[in-house]
Structures are given as structure tokens and as C-alpha cells.
Design a protein around this ligand. Structure first.
Ligand SMILES: Nc1ncnc2c1ncn2[C@@H]1O[C@H](COP(=O)(O)OP(=O)(O)OP(=O)(O)O)[C@@H](O)[C@H]1O
Ligand SMILES: [Mg+2]
Length: 370
């Protein structure tokens, strides 16, 4: 059985003659797939000369074909983004001196990620993590999706995705865990579950930076960030480290939750992060026995908030026991009961988020590769 790690290990034997670093460290390997004994990948060349490209291509193909268990190797040549500061983009400790990436330049940390979507709220416990995982699962219908649990204080995503795996390491880069068809990273995967962590601002900043530049996310259409509650360091760091495509604000219909979410929206606006819209969670409860609908946390709060800021109300998600259970048991409702009304609402949310991203993308170019 050929592993991704074995292939990458072999490819480390190929150096870029111009940059004197191996092609894995330079981040030139893209779309690596292993189907039984057949290995396919793309060499995402940037500014290499045609002669260097040809040499690297044949070396790469030869080294991988020599691996035990490999019967066929297909090496494609891709354009890749022009990244003159490629070594710095991969967070190498000995990056050559040169222009340091400023706040807006760091899209090059994750050049193959098309859209970055944060899920935030003002208040804790309103359902950010539940919305993040189900939104991420629903977005898989449209392309590859990753999820980063940026809630350093209460990393819930591994539990909600039923993942016990540990991320792999390769050459100082982290291979994200695969969970429910998503690529996932969480501080919860790196530390002991019961270990209390005391986070200071700079640590959060470097954690978020590490999640972006040291993790091999590969090509993703969407990268979803589950945020901690509030308007603290994580929100600030994230908006500084990458240009976020947008943020989804989660609230309950209650006035107290709305007050807090206003503060959070204000903060994202000051940071120039587009507000994709509002998700009203725990909007209503439909009694399973009578079918009667109850507005447990009040009514209309999400819509009022959306109108106030001129953004869409993206979804109204019912309070529902199966949604809670599904999260606790590690299989999101969108996977556990894909035909349920709750799952349908999350799929509609994904469509609405896509629509907003397209709409905003027309106004503001997103960091995509050519
Ligand atoms: N629509 C819903 N129906 C039923 N239970 C829900 C719903 N949304 C969230 N919950 C439950 O409420 C609790 C809090 O939700 P969740 O962890 O998603 O919120 P959060 O905003 O991420 O919280 P925190 O601020 O602590 O990170 C969880 O037990 C979750 O299962
Ligand atoms: Mg959470």
C-alpha cells in the first residue's frame, strides 16, 4: 500500500536547481492522489526555466515510480501562482530576507484556497460550532472543503466530527486530519483533551498563523473557521493574517444575543471583513408529537439584525434534539439524517453562502489561483 507520506518523502529527493530547495518544501506538489498502485500529482511550477521544469518533472516521475507498490506515475505540470517569495510563504525558519508579507499579502499562505469563511457570534453557546460543521459538510457538494477549529478555548470540532485521528507531520508541515469528508485541524488534536490551556494574545496569533502556513491544505474551494465567542484576539488575528472572504454571524433570536452580535459585527466591519449574513439558530422548536411550533427564544431577532445592517438572513435553524445529538455523537445532522428538514436547511444555508460569496467576489477579487 503506497502512502502519501512515502510519495512526498521520495519527492524530497528532487530539488529546484534555481532555488536550491526541494520541491516538497517549496510547495510545488499539488493534487496528490493515490489510487491503489497509481500515483498522480501536479508540479505547480512558478518561475522556473523550461530546462529546470523538464529535469524536475523527469526526476519526480522516476523517484516515485521506484517506490515499492507503485505501478504507474502520472506527473502533470501546472502553472501555479507566481510567488516570488515562495519560500517565505511556507514558513521556513530560514526564509531568506526579503519583503515580509503584510496583513493583506498573506493570501499566499494558502494560495489554493478559494474562499475563507469565518463563523462567528458575539455570544457563546449560540451554535457557531454546530453551524460551522454542518455548513462545511453541506459545502462539500460544491467542492473540497476544510475546517479550522479556531476556538482555542473550547475546541469542539473534533468531537462534533467524531474524529480521534492525529494530524501527520511531514518535513515540518502538518497534514490535516480527514473527518467526514473534510480536511480538519484543531488545537484539540494537538493537546490532551483534559489539559487546560492558558492562551495569551500572541499565542493565538501564532497558532492561527501556523494553521494557515504550516498545514498542507492543498486545493480547497472553501475553508471554514469556527471562531471562539466574542470579539477577542482570535477574530483580530484571523482578519490580520488572511483576507477573509467573509463572516457568517450566528445569533439566537434573543435580545441579549443580538446585543453581543452587534458588537461583533462592528468589529468585523472595522477590520474590513465582509459580513455574508446572519444565521438565526434555535429559531423555533417543532414539537415532534403535536407538530406545534414554539418560539422559545422569541421571534424575528435575526431578521431585524439583518435588516439593520443591510445583509441577508441566510437561514433560520430550528432548535432540534437530533441536531444536538448528532453533534454530541460526532456525525453532523447533515450526514446522519441527510433527508431531514434540518439537513435541508443547512444545505440551503450553504447555497446562500455561496451566493453571497459570488456576489461579493464580483466587488472584491478573492485570492484565487490562475
Ligand atoms: N439548532 C440546534 N438545536 C439543538 N441544539 C443545538 C442547536 N444548535 C446548537 N445546539 C447545541 O447547543 C450547544 C451549543 O452549541 P455550539 O457548541 O454549536 O455553540 P457555540 O456557539 O459553538 O458554543 P461556544 O461559544 O461554547 O463555542 C451544543 O450542545 C449544541 O449541540
Ligand atoms: Mg463552539
Amino acid at each position: 500500500m503506497v502512502t502519501e507520506q512515502a510519495v512526498l518523502e521520495a519527492l524530497r529527493g528532487v530539488s529546484d536547481p534555481d532555488q536550491h530547495r526541494d520541491i516538497v518544501a517549496l510547495g510545488l506538489i499539488r493534487d496528490l492522489t493515490i489510487a491503489e498502485s497509481e500515483v498522480t500529482f501536479t508540479l505547480a511550477f512558478t518561475t522556473q526555466s523550461p530546462a529546470s521544469k523538464a529535469t524536475m518533472h523527469s526526476m519526480a516521475s522516476r523517484l516515485v515510480s521506484r517506490l515499492p507498490g507503485v505501478s504507474k506515475v502520472q506527473v502533470k505540470m501546472g502553472g501555479g501562482p507566481a510567488r516570488p517569495s515562495a519560500p517565505a510563504a511556507h514558513g521556513h525558519a530560514h526564509a531568506p530576507p526579503g519583503p515580509q508579507p503584510g496583513p493583506q499579502k498573506s493570501a499566499e499562505f494558502i494560495p489554493e484556497v478559494k474562499h475563507t469563511v469565518a463563523v462567528s457570534s458575539g455570544k457563546g453557546g449560540v451554535g457557531k460550532s454546530t453551524v460551522s460543521v454542518n455548513l462545511a459538510v453541506a459545502l462539500r457538494d460544491f467542492g473540497p472543503v476544510g475546517i479550522i477549529d479556531s476556538d482555542v478555548y473550547g475546541p469542539d470540532i473534533p468531537l462534533m466530527l467524531g474524529s480521534r485521528g492525529r494530524p501527520g507531520m511531514f518535513e515540518n508541515r502538518i497534514i490535516p486530519v480527514e473527518a467526514q469528508g473534510l480536511k480538519m485541524m484543531s488545537i484539540g488534536l494537538l493537546v490532551n483533551e483534559r489539559e487546560p490551556l492558558v492562551w495569551r494574545g500572541p499565542m493565538i496569533h501564532s497558532f492561527i498563523q501556523q494553521m494557515l502556513k504550516d498545514v498542507m491544505w492543498g486545493a480547497l474551494d472553501y475553508l471554514v473557521f469556527d471562531m471562539p465567542p466574542g470579539t477577542g484576539d482570535a477574530q483580530l488575528s484571523l482578519s490580520q493574517v488572511i483576507p477573509l472572504s467573509g463572516v457568517v454571524m450566528v445569533t439566537t433570536p434573543q435580545e441579549v444575543a443580538l446585543l453581543d452580535v452587534r458588537k461583533a459585527i462592528g468589529m468585523f466591519q472595522r477590520l474590513n471583513v465582509p459580513i455574508l449574513g446572519v444565521v438565526e439558530n434555535m429559531s423555533y422548536f417543532v414539537a415532534p408529537d403535536t407538530g406545534h411550533r414554539y418560539a422559545i427564544f422569541g421571534e424575528g431577532g435575526g431578521q431585524r439584525l439583518a435588516d439593520e445592517y443591510g445583509v441577508p438572513l441566510l437561514a433560520k435553524i430550528p432548535l432540534d434534539q437530533d441536531t444536538r445529538l448528532a453533534g454530541d455523537e460526532g456525525t453532523p445532522i447533515t450526514i446522519r439524517r441527510p433527508d431531514s428538514p434540518q439537513a435541508r436547511i443547512f444545505r440551503e444555508l450553504a447555497v446562500a453562502v455561496r451566493g453571497r460569496l459570488d456576489e461579493l467576489g464580483a466587488l472584491r477579487p478573492l485570492p484565487t489561483i490562475g
